[in-house]
Design a protein around this ligand. Structure first.
Ligand code: 39A
Length: 223
């Protein structure tokens, strides 16, 4: 089957049952919590397994809250997040981001409802991918994340895009144009961000397993 739009891609990925971890229904662990904001910074240029080690260290020291991270000792923070690399830069950016969230929103719950993409993009160290990960997985906004796995999978499928926003538009457009098909797959009681969450998760899990020499093998998807 030839994949022509993102809805076809979602259906092909869905058949493969890639997301079986029921503890994390939105794929990103502890979605809709502050932990996602931390993970979105720590995962930059690093494998997720290493991020999990840093998150465990922070949790053990009771530093996985907005307020405690904003007040954290920088040297201590650097040593706790060492497993996920670039720890001097990431520690500074994380602490500053937390201080700014408190300054501009007061608490994480207000941040979740009121933050904009523009505000996130104005923060040091947050690009489009990290900002969209925070919007979707921490705040439950209808936004789909584009990452290097997504780019490589779409390239392997023969699509050619010029920018992050072009890829994002293609992904979200195909879903929004097929909402009746989405209802058939997920029932009527879904929230759009949960579709985007799981769709992105499926792409990452598929690409991780099917990547060879920096190319994604699409055979299983195009049967
Ligand atoms: N690359 C990744 C991931 N791989 C991930 N998980 C597995 C759960 N998350 C949340 C972000 N980036």
């Amino acid at each position: 089957m030839k994949i022509t739009d993102s809805f076809e891609l979602l259906k092909a990925l869905k058949k493969l049952e890639l997301l079986k971890n029921e503890r994390d229904p939105l794929w990103w662990p502890n979605s809709l919590s502050f932990e996602v904001v931390v993970g979105a910074i720590l995962t930059q240029q690093t494998k997720w397994q290493k991020v999990e080690k840093s998150l465990e260290n922070l949790k053990r020291e009771d530093l996985l809250t907005l307020e405690s991270l904003a007040k954290a000792d920088l040297k201590n923070l650097q040593s706790l997040i060492k497993p996920s690399g670039f720890y001097n830069t990431k520690a500074k950016r994380l602490k500053l981001l937390c201080m700014n969230i408190i300054k501009d929103f007061g608490c994480f719950e207000k941040f979740q409802t009121e933050v904009s993409r523009e505000w996130l993009l104005s923060q040091k160290g947050l690009g489009e991918e990290s900002s969209d990960a925070i919007l979707c997985y921490a705040c439950g906004k209808d936004v789909m994340v584009v990452d290097s796995y997504t780019k490589r999978l779409l390239e392997a499928l023969g699509f050619c895009f010029e920018s992050y926003s072009q890829i994002q538009e293609w992904l979200m457009d195909g879903i929004e144009r097929n909402l009746s098909g989405i209802s058939k797959l997920y029932g009527n009681d879904y929230k759009l961000f949960t579709i985007y969450s799981r769709f992105h998760g499926k792409i990452v899990e598929y690409a991780k397993v099917h990547i060879r020499a920096n190319k994604v093998n699409i055979e299983e998807l195009c049967l």
